[in-house]
Design a protein around this ligand. Structure first.
Ligand code: TYD
Ligand code: ZN
Length: 407
């Protein structure tokens, strides 16, 4: 059976597999390890529209349900990041008191809280009930649903068209991506702005950050691929900003075609992607080679340390760690426990065959370990600062990607 690209419907084929995977955020209750759902993580690259995507993905209900473990507000840097984005929107000359802001994938309300606090008309749409409840506690107005064209018509009927639609770390989650972009194009006003932000493909390839890939990240977008996606819905990118979040994200500013001047940032970014070889299959085959090398290096390092009687723990249990742990077949025989500050993960085990206990990061200071794998490597600055006592006491951090850095 041939597989079809979710964006342009061309035939696509696998160029790389990371093996059997559980749902990245499905942290396991103590006695439920045999009730897990697994899928095969196969990756492909569409040579027609250049979209990097997974071939098979679990049903959305397997990933986004009442137990969704990812909480945006676990990082103070993220809270700050979203507060800055909201100020940028509010300070824009076209924004007024009567503007209407919609967020697709509003998580725990981290972003919309900034509008709720100022009494600005807003609506968050999110498929996971537990995060919707957390958003409501922040007085954020929420619709618990999967956003799509139908829902966009409902919102339009009840609230009118939107001045701004924001969607951060969501565009890579959505299987029926054309229906969602069609919904955004329908809901946005003629002069409105859509802002999306996701991990950037060029950064992922440069950092060999294969842990960005899992079912909830069924695409890793590039400017090249997102332009193709938007184009069929009468939309275009007119500005782009890059940031360090999640290991390197691109923020795309999108408008209806020919309504905004295309800025130099877009032309420069496109040139970077072209010269990096973002459209060439050879770039992805090289990535595959690097990923295999990285796995060999990490597993042999951990096994050597263990045979030398070193104690190894982990810090941060991001969704990304599920990919590393399961692909590298690392379990609780190598890593004692993982420290994390999310209440949705503490006292559970890491998903899949890894089954490592997740404990409250407050206990990290008390626990004696020689090495700590920093799975939340994208929060390196914040965590190393918070836990500097560990380094002062000669504790070593292992960055589990690329060349496997020890600090
Ligand atoms: P995150 O970077 O949000 O990524 P992903 O999308 O891959 O899930 O995950 C970071 C994880 O690290 C999250 O589980 C919270 C945890 N964390 C801590 O435990 N302490 C910290 O100081 C920070 C910043 C994060
Ligand atoms: Zn395609």
């Amino acid at each position: 059976m041939s597989n079809k690209c979710r964006v342009c419907s061309s035939n696509i084929k696998e160029f790389m597999s990371l093996g059997e995977m559980p749902i990245a955020n499905a942290f396991v209750l103590k006695n439920d390890s045999d009730k897990q759902f697994f899928y095969h993580l196969k990756i492909s690259f569409c040579e027609k529209c250049y979209t990097f995507q997974l071939i098979d993905i679990p049903k959305p209900e397997q990933m986004f349900n009442e137990n969704y473990a990812y909480l945006s507000s676990t990082s103070s840097a993220m809270i700050e990041h979203f507060s800055e984005l909201s100020s940028k929107i509010i300070n824009n000359t076209t924004f007024s008191k009567n503007s209407f802001v919609v967020e697709v994938g509003s998580n725990d309300g981290i972003f919309l809280k900034n509008f709720a606090d100022k009494d600005i008309k807003h609506l968050g749409v999110d498929a996971s009930k537990n995060v919707c409840d957390l958003a409501k506690e922040k007085n954020v107005k929420i619709l618990n649903a999967f956003f799509n064209f139908e829902i966009s018509k409902k919102i339009e009927k009840n609230y009118g068209k939107a001045d701004v639609i924001v969607s951060t770390n969501t565009m890579h989650h959505i299987e029926n991506i054309n229906d969602v972009v069609k919904g955004m194009a329908n809901l946005i006003k003629e002069e409105g702005i859509i802002i999306t932000e996701d991990p950037s493909l060029i950064e992922m390839l440069k950092n060999n950050a294969y842990d960005q890939v899992y079912a909830e990240h069924m695409y890793i977008w590039s400017l090249t691929s997102i332009k193709n996606l938007l184009s069929t819905h009468g939309l275009e990118v007119f500005n782009i900003e890059n940031n360090e979040f999640h290991g390197g994200c691109s923020r795309y500013f999108i408008a209806k075609k020919n309504t905004k001047k295309i800025q130099n940032s877009v032309i420069e970014h496109q040139n970077n992607e072209d010269s990096f070889g973002i459209k060439k299959i050879s770039t992805y085959l090289k990535f595959k080679e690097n990923v295999v090398k990285s796995k060999e290096k990490l597993t042999s390092l951990l096994k050597n340390l263990k045979s030398n009687k070193k104690t190894i723990v982990g810090y941060g249990a991001p969704a990304k760690s599920t990919t590393i742990l399961n692909y590298c077949k690392i379990n609780n025989s190598l890593i004692d426990k993982i420290f994390d500050n999310s209440k949705t993960k503490i006292n559970k085990k890491t998903p899949g065959k890894s089954l490592i206990d997740v404990v409250d990061s407050k206990e990290f200071k008390e626990y004696k370990s020689d090495y700590c794998v920093l799975f939340a490597w994208n929060h390196r600055k914040e965590i190393l600062l918070k836990e500097k006592e560990y380094s002062n006491k000669n504790g070593k951090w292992i960055i589990p990607l690329s060349n496997i850095e020890i600090i």
